[in-house]
Design a protein around this ligand. Structure first.
Ligand code: BGC
Length: 432
C-alpha cells in the first residue's frame, strides 16, 4: 500500500468514530484554529500579521503553533489530530502532501470556491503555484508566500576580519573562505544538526554538483540511476567536506540559533532558505550593509522553491461562522497588504504575479528583489525546481528516507560517499 492510501485508510476509519470538537463560543462571529510551525522571533512577527487581520475582521484566531523548524513535529501532531477526528480549521501543509491530505477527503473542496473566483486566484498565481494548492481542480489551500531555499547568508564584517574579500561563487572559493574563517577562530558555517537542516544543505550541494537537470532527475523524478550514480557520490563527497566547516557541537540546534551565530558575528555563513532573513529583519539588520544574501555557489541559475500554504479542513455545514472565518483568512492571505507585510517579515516573496513584477516599487529589499527576478527568469528557463527538503518535491515517506541517509552520513566521520549513494537509491525505492 502506498503512502497516500495508508494515510487515507487510517484517517477515514478514525473519522467515522469521532466527530470534530466544536471550539466555537456561541456568541463568536466564528473562529479558526491554525496549526503552523512559525515560532521563531521573525516567523512569529510574520504570522501575527495574519492573526491581527483575521481578528480585525471580527473572527477568533486560535493559535495552533507547534514548535520545530521544517514542520515535521507539526505534521505528526496534525496527523494524530486528524486520526482522532479533531483536525483544526486550517493547517500549514505544503507540496505533494496537500494531494495526500486531499485524497483522505478531509480537506474542503468547497470553502475556497467563491473566494478564489471572486479574487481571481487563477489569474494571480503562476500555474506551478496554483497546481500545488489544488486537489482535483479545486483549491484546498491558500498559498501565502514563496521561499527560495538555495541561499547562502554571509556576515561581511566577519568575512573582513578573516581577510575574505568577496562572497564565494564556486565550491572552491567556498572552501577557501571556510578555511580562512576557521583560521581566524570563527565558526565557518553555522548549522543546526537536525535532519531537515542537514538535507537543506545536501540539496544545495546536489544542485551545485549535478546542475538543474541532475537535481531534478535525482530529487524530483527519483531516478534510480541518478540517485546511485557517480555525480551523487561526488555530492556526498562534497557534503563530507562541507560538514568539516560546521561546529561539531551542532546536534539538535535550531536553525534560528544557527542564524543568530552569524548575526552576532560568531560565524561567517549559513546555508538556509530565506526564512533566515526573518531573523536578520527582526534584529533590525539591513541587507547589503549588515549581511549579504547570495545563491549557494554553483546554483545561481536555479531557484529551489518552497511555497508555504494553509490548507482548509472540511467542517460540518452547521459551523457557518467557522467556515466564514476560514474564508476570511483565505481572502486576507492573498490580499496585497498581507502579501507585502507578511513576506517582508518572513523573508519570502509574494505569490502574486502582479506583485512579483514590482518589488522595487513595493519597497522590498535587495534580497527579495533578486529572489523575485530569479523566480520569474528561472520559471521560464526550467531552473525553478521544488525543494526536496521542504516537502515540495516528494511524499513525506520518500523525504524521510532521504533525510535518514543524509543525516546518518553527516554524523559518521568514516562514512563512504559511494556507499551512501547506493543506500540513498535503495532507501528511496523502499519508501516509494
Ligand atoms: C517553512 C518556512 C519555515 C521554515 C523553518 C520551512 O519548511 O516553509 O515557512 O520558516 O521551514 O521552520
Amino acid at each position: 500500500m502506498n503512502a497516500i492510501s495508508r494515510l487515507a485508510t487510517v484517517i477515514s476509519l478514525a473519522s467515522l468514530s469521532a466527530l470534530p470538537l466544536s471550539v466555537l463560543a456561541a456568541e463568536s462571529k466564528g473562529s479558526v484554529e491554525v496549526v503552523h510551525w512559525w515560532t521563531s522571533g521573525g516567523e512569529k512577527a510574520a504570522v501575527d500579521v495574519l492573526k491581527a487581520q483575521v481578528e480585525k475582521d471580527g473572527f477568533t484566531w486560535k493559535d495552533g503553533a507547534v514548535a520545530g523548524g521544517g514542520g515535521s513535529t507539526a505534521m505528526t501532531v496534525l496527523k494524530s489530530r486528524a486520526v482522532a477526528g479533531n483536525p483544526p480549521g486550517v493547517a500549514q501543509i505544503k507540496g505533494p502532501d496537500i494531494q495526500e491530505w486531499g485524497s483522505t477527503g478531509l480537506l474542503s473542496t468547497d470553502a475556497l470556491k467563491d473566494v478564489s473566483k471572486a479574487e481571481n486566484w487563477d489569474g494571480l498565481l503562476s500555474k506551478k503555484v496554483s497546481d500545488t494548492v489544488k486537489y482535483e481542480g479545486d483549491y484546498v489551500a491558500v498559498p501565502v508566500n514563496i521561499h527560495r531555499v538555495n541561499w547562502l547568508w554571509i556576515n561581511p564584517q566577519v568575512f573582513k576580519k578573516a581577510g575574505i574579500e568577496k562572497a564565494p561563487t564556486t565550491l572552491e572559493e567556498f572552501y577557501a573562505a571556510g578555511d580562512k574563517l576557521k583560521a581566524a577562530g570563527f565558526i565557518a558555517l553555522a548549522h543546526g544538526g537536525q535532519p531537515w537542516q542537514d538535507s537543506t544543505v545536501f540539496e544545495d550541494i546536489v544542485l551545485s554538483v549535478m546542475g538543474v537537470d541532475g537535481y531534478k532527475k535525482a530529487l524530483v523524478d527519483l531516478d534510480q540511476k541518478t540517485l546511485s550514480g557517480p555525480q551523487m557520490t561526488q555530492s556526498f563527497a562534497e557534503l563530507k567536506k562541507i560538514t568539516t566547516y560546521m561546529d561539531p557541537n551542532r546536534a539538535g540546534r535550531d536553525w534560528n540559533i544557527a542564524a543568530a551565530e552569524v548575526i552576532n558575528g560568531k560565524a561567517g555563513m549559513q546555508m538556509m532558505g530565506d526564512w533566515a532573513k526573518s531573523e536578520w529583519t527582526a534584529a533590525k539588520k539591513v541587507p547589503g550593509k549588515d549581511y549579504q544574501c547570495v545563491p549557494f555557489p554553483g546554483t545561481e541559475k536555479a531557484f529551489t522553491y518552497n511555497i508555504d500554504s494553509l490548507a482548509v479542513f472540511k467542517l460540518k455545514a452547521d459551523r457557518k461562522g467557522d467556515i466564514a472565518a476560514q474564508q476570511d483568512l483565505a481572502k486576507v492571505a492573498l490580499g496585497t497588504d498581507f502579501q507585502k507585510v507578511f513576506s517582508m517579515n518572513k523573508g519570502s516573496i509574494p505569490v502574486r504575479n502582479d506583485m512579483l513584477k514590482e518589488m522595487d516599487k513595493l519597497g522590498f529589499d535587495e534580497c527579495a528583489q533578486k529572489s523575485a527576478n530569479d523566480f520569474i527568469a528561472d520559471d521560464k528557463s526550467g531552473g525553478l525546481q521544488p525543494s526536496m527538503a521542504h516537502n515540495m518535491a516528494t511524499s513525506l515517506a520518500v523525504q524521510g528516507a532521504i533525510f535518514d541517509v543524509v543525516t546518518n552520513f553527516m554524523n559518521d566521520k568514516d562514512a563512504d560517499p559511494a556507499k551512501a549513494s547506493a543506500q540513498l537509491a535503495s532507501a528511496v525505492k523502499a519508501a516509494q
